[in-house]
Design a binder for this molecule. Structure first.
Ligand SMILES: [Zn+2]
Length: 59
């Protein structure tokens, strides 16, 4: 299985955080933790989750 990559700035945050994971589900899980810790959001909104999903790309 091919790893996927995601950069936080690709959904509009001024942020250098990026990650590589084995699946987009794992990216979403870790992004949910990241927005709580780094961006003071209570959770990934539905809209943001959709934008994260479409910004995930092959590593
Ligand atoms: Zn970020």
């Amino acid at each position: 299985m091919t790893d996927v990559r995601f950069e936080c700035r690709s959904v509009g945050f001024e942020c250098e955080w990026a990650l590589r994971a084995p699946s987009s589900e794992e990216i979403l899980r870790r992004m949910r933790d990241h927005v709580r810790c780094a961006h003071s959001l209570p959770d990934l909104s539905h809209d943001l989750e959709a934008r994260v999903s479409s910004a995930v790309h092959p590593a």
